[in-house]
Design a protein around this ligand. Structure first.
Ligand SMILES: [Zn+2]
Length: 344
């Protein structure tokens, strides 16, 4: 339990910011940077990975955070994009088994309460840090305790000896005891930041790496973290150590897509609604051909070829009168700010 058939990605809002904010060497052209959540579709029900924003978006978060997200980040948001609404549309009447959070930043925990999971897994390190909210509020204000303090939180020790079972590169905990969902400590962005390693029913795997990298080209090493990830890192040295291990993992396991929570190309893929980024092959289906897979045309459903090269994914839809989206020198999708949906 659970037998996972597919991994769905959906966004709970789109930041519009210059590329250089997220990627060193990125340009001044505006990028859509999604706030992604993931739904793990299993025979027994669904598992939510990260809570994105709730239906209120960033309103009610206080002046500083509202300014940072709503004004500086120029967040485009609609109540129907809230994590709970998105997930409910996906899962229908199937039960929500649990939520797993990579960390408790407000763009990853804001929708947890509305989703009402029966339990919320997170790393013990993250929980130790976040449950002292008064100190945190005073220091950085990155957490919003009302998002999580009275939820059924299940902090997990990712450093126990018996949990070191996926790779010498990582400490991890097996959340359901069957290897289907593992919490992988990827600390640095926050005190106990973690990734989620998903094993689907056919044995294929996906690593949802949260904010350990902000885009797939940072995972591959083609790009470096920009101003924002460096500025908000809880421990910058540890953030870069984690990134190096993540890159080693990607090299050692090229068959395992590594998917960041703010990847612009996955966001573009999910611009019109949830997108399937991995699906287990049906029993008896032929094995995939070895070697790199060709890019899938968007928005066709099916596995998304990752790590992603920038370019073949369609940009978010634009009004008919708007000029065609441009591509920056780095190959990132660039879209003028007036092409984004109106924030609420
Ligand atoms: Zn984030």
């Amino acid at each position: 339990m659970p037998t996972i058939r597919a991994v769905h990605a959906f966004h709970c809002g789109l930041f519009r910011a210059p590329g250089l904010l997220f990627t060193r060497g990125g340009g001044l052209a505006t990028e859509f940077v999604p706030v992604l959540c993931f739904g793990l579709e299993a025979d027994e029900g669904w598992v939510l990975v990260d809570g994105g924003f709730g239906s209120a978006g960033v309103s009610g978060l206080g002046r500083v955070r509202s300014f940072a997200f709503g004004r500086l980040g120029r967040l485009a948001f609609r109540p129907s994009w809230g994590a709970a609404a998105r997930l409910r549309a996906l899962r229908g009447e199937k039960p929500l088994l649990a939520a797993v959070v990579t960390h408790l930043d407000i763009d990853h925990a804001g929708g947890l309460r509305e989703a009402a999971p029966p339990r919320v897994f997170l790393s013990a390190e993250e929980w130790e840090e976040a449950k002292a909210p008064a100190w945190l509020e005073a220091r950085v204000g990155r957490y919003q305790p009302l998002d999580y303090l009275d939820l059924p939180m299940r902090p997990v020790d990712t450093t126990a000896r018996e949990a070191r079972d996926i790779s010498p590169l990582f400490a991890a905990a097996d959340l359901f005891g069957d290897g289907s969902v593992r919490l992988v400590l990827l600390a640095g962005h926050s005190a106990g930041h973690a990734g989620v390693l998903v094993r689907l029913a056919d044995g294929s795997r996906v690593l949802l790496c949260g904010d350990a990298a902000f885009s797939a080209d940072v995972v591959t090493g083609a790009a470096q973290p920009g101003l924002f990830p460096r500025a908000v890192a809880y421990d910058r040295t540890r953030m870069f150590e984690t990134l190096e291990r993540l890159r080693s993992f990607a090299r050692l396991h090229p068959d395992v897509p590594v998917v960041p929570s703010h990847d612009p190309l996955v966001g573009a893929r999910a611009a019109d609604g949830p997108a399937v980024i991995a699906r287990a092959k049906a029993p008896g289906a032929p094995a995939a051909a070895p070697g790199p897979q060709p890019p899938a045309p968007s928005p066709a459903p099916g596995p998304l070829p990752l790590p992603l090269a920038r370019s073949p994914i369609a940009p978010p839809p634009v009004p008919a009168a708007a000029p065609a989206p441009a591509t920056t020198g780095s190959g990132r999708l660039a879209t003028p700010s007036d092409e984004a949906p109106e924030p609420t």
